[in-house]
Design a protein around this ligand. Structure first.
Ligand SMILES: Nc1ncnc2c1ncn2[C@@H]1O[C@H](COP(=O)(O)OP(=O)(O)OP(=O)(O)O)[C@@H](O)[C@H]1O
Ligand SMILES: [Mg+2]
Length: 315
C-alpha cells in the first residue's frame, strides 16, 4: 500500500458517473468523493444502483458517462495503475469452486503480480487472520457462505491495496463470520486503508462508517456522517401521547411547536422540532382540561427514519 504518493488525491473521486441498461438508468450522473482513510458506506435499497456503481469504480463495467478516479488514477484511461490500488470483494463468490482456498489465493496473487515468496508469506498470514488456515486445502465448493466471504477478503488483500471495495460484505452471513469481518474491516481501516462498502443494512452502515451516501433509484439522496444524517431529520421528531378521554385532534394540533398531528388508533403523534416544549405543553393542556395522560413519549430520530425519509417513493 503506497500512501505517500496519494495524499493529495481523494481515495475515490466520482464525477457524473452514469450507466444505462437499455431504457433503465441504473446510475444517474452521481458525483461524490471518499477521503483517504475513511470507511465509506453506500447505503440503498435493492436495485438502487450500488453494485453497478462498484463495478464501474473497479473497472469491471464501463460507464456510459462521467469519470472515476482511484487514488488519483482514472479507471478508464489509467486502468492498470488504478487497479493496483484496488481490492475487490464482489457481490457473488468469484473463486474457483474446484480449487482449494490456497490455490485460489496464490492465483489471485499471481494475477496481481505479487512475487512468489510474498504471495506465500502474506497468504499464510491472511488465511490465519481470517480463520481459514486450517481449511486451506479444502476445495472452496465445500466452504460455507461465511468462509467464502472470508476467502474473498484474503484474495482482495493479497496485493496490499490502498482502497478496498466490498459489495455487501456482511449480509446473510453467520454471526461468527459477521463479527470477524466487522473486526477486520475496522483493523484494515486503522492500518490506513480506505474502505468502500455497500449495504442495505442501516445498522451496519451506522456502526461501521465514517460517512454514508444514501443511493436511491440511481441517484444520491444524501451524503454525510451517520450523526449528521440523523440530525438532518431532527425536524421529523415526534411526541406520542394518549389520553383516557376522547379528545379532538385540533386541540393538540393547536399547540405551539407542533407542526403536524396524526391520530393513530388511540394515540396521537405530534411532529415537532422541539419535543421538550411539546411534552410540557401537553402536560399543561391536560391539567387545564382535566384530562388523564395514559402515555407520553418522545420519538428520537434514527438513521432508519432518515433513510425512509430520503428513499420513500414519491407520492
Ligand atoms: N447487467 C444488467 N443488465 C440489465 N439490468 C441490470 C444489470 N445490472 C443491473 N441492472 C439493473 O440496474 C439496477 C441497479 O442494479 P444494482 O445491481 O446496481 O442494484 P443494487 O443497489 O446493487 O441492488 P441489490 O441491493 O439488490 O444488490 C436494477 O434495476 C437492476 O435490475
Ligand atoms: Mg447489489
Amino acid at each position: 500500500m503506497n500512501t505517500t504518493s496519494t495524499t493529495s488525491s481523494p481515495a475515490v473521486d466520482v464525477e457524473t458517473l452514469t450507466k444505462h441498461f437499455g431504457d433503465l438508468t441504473a446510475v444517474d450522473g452521481i458525483s461524490f468523493q471518499v477521503e483517504e482513510g475513511d470507511v465509506f458506506g453506500f447505503l440503498g435499497p435493492n436495485g438502487a444502483g450500488k453494485s453497478t456503481t462498484i463495478r464501474m469504480l473497479t473497472g469491471v463495467l464501463r460507464p456510459d458517462a462521467g469519470s472515476a478516479r482511484i487514488a488519483g488514477y482514472d479507471i478508464r484511461t489509467d486502468t492498470e495503475a488504478a487497479k493496483s490500488e484496488i481490492g475487490i470483494v464482489p457481490e457473488q463468490f468469484n473463486a474457483y469452486p474446484d480449487l482449494t482456498a490456497w490455490k485460489n489465493l496464490m492465483l489471485a496473487g499471481e494475477l496481481y503480480g505479487v512475487p512468489r515468496e510474498t504471495r506465500q508469506n502474506t497468504g499464510t498470514e491472511l488465511l490465519r487472520s481470517f480463520g481459514l488456515f486450517e481449511r486451506r486445502h479444502t476445495p472452496t465448493s465445500e466452504y460455507s457462505k461465511g468462509m467464502k466471504q472470508r476467502l474473498m477478503l484474503t484474495m482482495a488483500l493479497l496485493h496490499d491495496p490502498a482502497v478496498l471495495f466490498l459489495d455487501e460484505p456482511i449480509t446473510g452471513l453467520d454471526v461468527e463470520s459477521q463479527r470477524l469481518i466487522r473486526e477486520r474491516i475496522a483493523e484494515l481501516n486503522q492500518e490506513g486503508r480506505t474502505v468502500f462498502l455497500t449495504t442495505h443494512n442501516i445498522g451496519e452502515a451506522d456502526r461501521l462508517c465514517d460517512n454514508i451516501a444514501i443511493i436511491n433509484r440511481g441517484e444520491i439522496a444524501a451524503i454525510d456522517s451517520p450523526e449528521a444524517l440523523k440530525q438532518e431529520i431532527e425536524r421529523t421528531r415526534a411526541v406520542e401521547v394518549s389520553f383516557s378521554e376522547t379528545i379532538e385532534r385540533e386541540l393538540l394540533a393547536g399547540i405551539t411547536a407542533v407542526e403536524g398531528a396524526e391520530k393513530r388508533g388511540d394515540t396521537f403523534r405530534l411532529m415537532t422540532p422541539d419535543p421538550d416544549a411539546v411534552v410540557k405543553a401537553v402536560v399543561t393542556l391536560a391539567k387545564e382540561k382535566g384530562l388523564t395522560v395514559l402515555s407520553l413519549q418522545t420519538l428520537g430520530p434514527s438513521l432508519e427514519d432518515a433513510f425512509t425519509d430520503l428513499t420513500e417513493e414519491d407520492p
